[in-house]
Design a protein around this ligand. Structure first.
Ligand code: NAD
Length: 288
C-alpha cells in the first residue's frame, strides 16, 4: 500500500480522492486550510513551506504520489488569493516534495487544472508568463484591466500556468527520468462547494447555466476522484505530461479544430531544437 499527499482534502474532489485512497488501504496525508492531517494556508510561502516539511516528516521521505486539489474558484475580489493557491500552492509544494516522489521510484502526481484553460477567451498571455516566472504582482497587473472579470482571468491564467508547469516539468529528467509521472486533470463544472458558491451568485449562476456542456448538467466529484485514483495507479505508467479533460465535452465543443494540431512551419525551429536536445541528453545518459 502507498502513501499519498492530497491537498484540498477537506472538501469536494480532494476529499473524495482522499476517501477513495483510504478505502483502498493507502495512507493519506491530507493538507488543507481546514480539517486535515496537516492544516496549512497554501496561499502563503510560510504555509507552503510548513506543509511540505510536515508532509515530508509524515511520509518518512518517500511518497508514492499526490493529488493537488486545493484551489479557489473565480469569485470576484479574490484574484490574488486565486493565483497564490491555484498556482504557487501547487508548484511550490511539488518542488519541495519532488525528492520524496523520486525516492519511491514510480510515483504518480495528479494536478487539478480546469477546462477554463481552453474555454475562457482572451486570458492575457502576460499573466500566464508572469506566474510561470514567479511574479504574482505582474500577473495581477495584467488581469486588473478586466474589471469585474479579473477574478475569472486570474483563475484561468492560474490554471493555464499550472498546466504548462506540469507539461514542462513532466518530461524533464528530474521528473520523468526519476520515475515520477506528472499529469493534470482538467474538470468542467463539477458539483462541489466551490461550484455551489458560484451558483449562489445570480450573475455567475446565469453564466454557468448558459455555458455549453454537450452532455448536459454538472460532473460528479466522486467520478472525478475515480479518474484521479486511476491516474495514480500502475495503469498510468505511460501517461506523462498529459492534461486530461473530463468536462462533459465543453472543450471539444469550443476547440474541436484546435487540437490535435500539426507543428506549423513557424514552429519547426523549436521542434528541431527539442529533438536535438533529447538526442544529446540520451547520449549523455549513455542510452542508445
Ligand atoms: P472545494 O471548494 O470543494 O475544495 C477546495 C479545497 O481547497 C477546500 O477544502 C479548501 O479548504 C481548500 N483550500 C482553499 N484555499 C486553501 C488554502 N489557502 N490553503 C489550503 N487549502 C485551501 O473545491 P473543488 O471544486 O473540489 O475544487 C478542487 C479543485 O478543482 C480546485 O483546484 C478547483 O479550482 C478545481 N476545479 C473545480 C471545478 C468545479 O467546478 N468544482 C472545475 C474545474 C476545476
Amino acid at each position: 500500500m502507498g502513501t499519498y499527499v492530497v491537498t484540498g482534502s477537506a472538501s469536494g474532489m480532494g476529499r473524495q480522492a482522499a476517501e477513495k485512497l483510504r478505502a483502498a488501504g493507502h495512507k493519506v496525508i491530507g493538507i488543507d486550510i481546514n480539517d486535515a492531517e496537516i492544516r496549512a494556508d497554501l496561499s502563503t510561502q510560510d504555509g507552503r513551506r510548513s506543509a511540505a516539511e510536515a508532509a515530508l516528516g509524515a511520509c518518512g521521505g518517500v511518497l508514492d504520489g499526490a493529488v493537488l486539489a486545493a484551489g479557489l474558484g473565480p469569485i470576484p475580489g479574490r484574484s490574488r488569493l486565486i493565483a497564490q493557491v491555484n498556482y504557487f500552492g501547487v508548484v511550490d509544494l511539488l518542488t519541495a516534495l519532488r525528492s520524496a516522489f523520486a525516492s519511491a521510484g514510480c510515483a504518480k502526481v495528479v494536478v487539478v487544472a480546469s477546462n477554463s484553460t481552453t474555454t475562457t477567451p482572451m486570458v492575457p498571455r502576460r499573466a500566464v508568463r508572469s506566474l510561470l516566472a514567479g511574479d504574482v504582482d505582474k500577473a495581477l497587473g495584467a488581469v486588473r484591466i478586466f474589471g469585474n472579470r479579473s477574478a475569472a482571468m486570474s483563475y484561468a491564467a492560474s490554471k493555464i500556468a499550472v498546466s504548462r508547469w506540469v507539461r514542462r516539468h513532466a518530461v524533464a529528467p528530474e521528473w520523468a527520468g526519476a520515475g515520477i509521472r506528472l499529469n493534470a486533470l482538467a474538470p468542467g463544472a463539477i458539483m462541489t462547494p466551490l461550484l455551489a458558491e458560484q451558483l449562489d451568485n445570480p450573475g455567475e449562476a446565469k453564466a454557468i447555466k448558459a455555458f455549453p456542456v454537450p452532455v448536459g448538467g454538472y460532473g460528479d466529484a466522486a467520478q472525478i476522484a475515480d479518474w484521479m485514483v486511476f491516474m495514480l495507479s500502475d495503469a498510468a505508467e505511460f501517461l506523462c505530461g498529459s492534461v486530461i479533460f473530463v468536462d462533459g465535452g465543453s472543450d471539444a465543443y469550443f476547440r474541436s479544430e484546435s487540437w490535435p494540431a500539426a507543428v506549423p512551419f513557424r514552429g519547426l525551429p523549436r521542434y528541431l531544437l527539442r529533438f536535438l536536445s533529447y538526442a544529446r541528453s540520451r547520449r549523455a545518459l549513455g542510452r542508445t
